[in-house]
Write a protein that binds this ligand. Sequence first.
Ligand code: ZN
Length: 699
Amino acid sequence: MRYPCSPFRAFGKEIKIKQRNMKKTTGCMAIAMMLLASCDSKEAAKEFEYSNEKFADLQMLRYEVKGWEGLSLDQKKLVYYLSEAALCGRDIFYDQNGKYNLRIRSILEEIYTNEAFDHETDEMKALEVYLKRVWFSNGIHHHYGELKFLPGFSEEWFRAAVMAEPDHFPASYEGQTVEEFLDEICPVMFDPTVMPKKVNQADGEDLILTSAGNYYGEGVTQAEAEAFYNAMKDTLDPEPVMYGMNSRLVKEDGKLVEKVWKTDGLYGEAIRKIVFWLEKAAQVAENETQKTVINKLIQFYNDGDLKSFDDYCIAWVKDLDSRVDFVNGFTESYGDPLGMKASWESIVNFKDLEATKRTEIVSSNAQWFEDHSPVDNRFKKEKCKGISAKVITAAILAGDLYPATAIGINLPNSNWVRAAHGSKSVTIGNLTEAYAKAAHGNGFNEEFVYSDVERELLDKYDSMTDDLHTDLHECLGHASGKLLPGVDPDALKAYGSTIEEARADLFGLYYVGDKKIVDLGLLPNKEAFKAQYYTYMMNGLMTQLVRIEPGNDIEEAHMRNRSLIAHWAYEHGKAENIVEMAKVNGKTFVKVNDYKKLRNLFGELLAEIQRIKSEGDFEAARNLVETYGVKVDGELHKEILARYKALDLAPYKGFINPVYTPVYNEAGEITDVKVDYSESFAAQNLRYSNDYSTLPLVN
Ligand code: ZN
């Protein structure tokens, strides 16, 4: 499962990725609660260009692989081999997303790279945008909205472009003539009623027949697929495999059969190349544990047996000491309307030692924080253990993680493996940093922050205090406190998750402003916390409303929690004017007049929320959430939406990968691996199509 990035802060939309993945995310998602402003030093921003081009509703970013030079040669080689293994799976994900995707990508690239065409015409520019959207979505459906997007050029123009130079188009489209090929492909591209949706979840429809994904063969119905897998499942098995995860279910001679994705099965051409690079990676593994992990993955790719997959997952969760780590394979099932078949993805990464130290300091002081919290002693834990989450640096993204990606990952997905062997939870530090840096200077702070005083505060401290708040929320907040004996953990029902997120957020807010944090070296001074308080209040009172449609209430639990905390503190500080809604030239701004007293209010609310949780006080929970967390001030909402719209920010973001180039000596051995960031999104994808087209166009 992935952290869905839903709890955006001031700059929310840039981190709104993969939100539909909420269904599987169990714990806390504040991991995604990152700050999206500020930049530690303007010098750094100059050195590395985080923001790149914008097209359609998308913006491309770059991420920096910080710490690369600190890796050993073998670690660099390992990352390089694993990144090659990652890129070799690219075509699999295109084909999983829809059976025409590889053909459409290929023909578009043929036109786009044909120098005989005038590239300055409106049609050609529209083709470029459409092709970039196809690259971004790994197919013809929107990566987030699931709906098919249509080309900005006409079918007539497209047909004429192809027929102008038919020799440029490979004759290998399944033995078709170019005309026959166009007749097949044009409705898929241009007719909005053909394959309109990638994943259809509408209740009451046949979810398989109405979804464009390629996980089920022609004519397979939802009822048939469900019956097929129900018959296969052994409900008494305490260690059930992830049935159906690695295959396409097709009808052959009227009978259902699984076409398994493995080296000698479906997608074998790509998988054999992946295995080739994994074998090289195994030779430079950091230790025996990691070598075992890689070999077990190879075994699974070779035999396609889901028991081998579980074996691999169990080995993978035990590999905790290696610096380099990776995901490579059929992983998440969000693309299958039945939630079984897994899309192919890969991420290669290494541990961020500095940032992980920070989470370890927080965790190892868990008891001190528990003992000193403003909560009634009856609700405190006598023995409190923090949770340590690893912070990683992404080195390559591929498949379902490229270019739109997650910022946190928790795997494996198998419930019994998680229960019996545990799971690994990571946050991807260099990606959250890239989002934050890219948001700097996009005009958001200039529009919504009250004055230069606050903006300066945010420039200096927002990034570090927001990371710290996330750590406190994750490592301590959720792990703190206890229920009184006999209290039903589900007593708060529908309000439970909002209250739980509020509890963790408040724990973090209260302690970000504590002297202990400075003593532990987690913040540089007693001023820094104000940045976190300011953005939290601004977001909860105002700016998170940009994600709500006009006229709607707040529904999502994290957003409700932030609204609850901010509005409660605002109302309870009104008499002393602790937080103010100031009007300047008709625009509304949040102004914090007393940060110390605001901290006391957070402490007060934390005590009350913990009481509600510990006692299972449903009425009080409902009252708090309904009073402060749900309703939207219509006038203010309209104002915020208009101001946000004027900034013209792209709602979705994705990443361009770095390029790794090995340096060889005369004996042909790798002596170093260089990393470069200068490639454009288009150049990168054309290169990938050239070097990593591992599958035939029809599979
Ligand atoms: Zn949480």
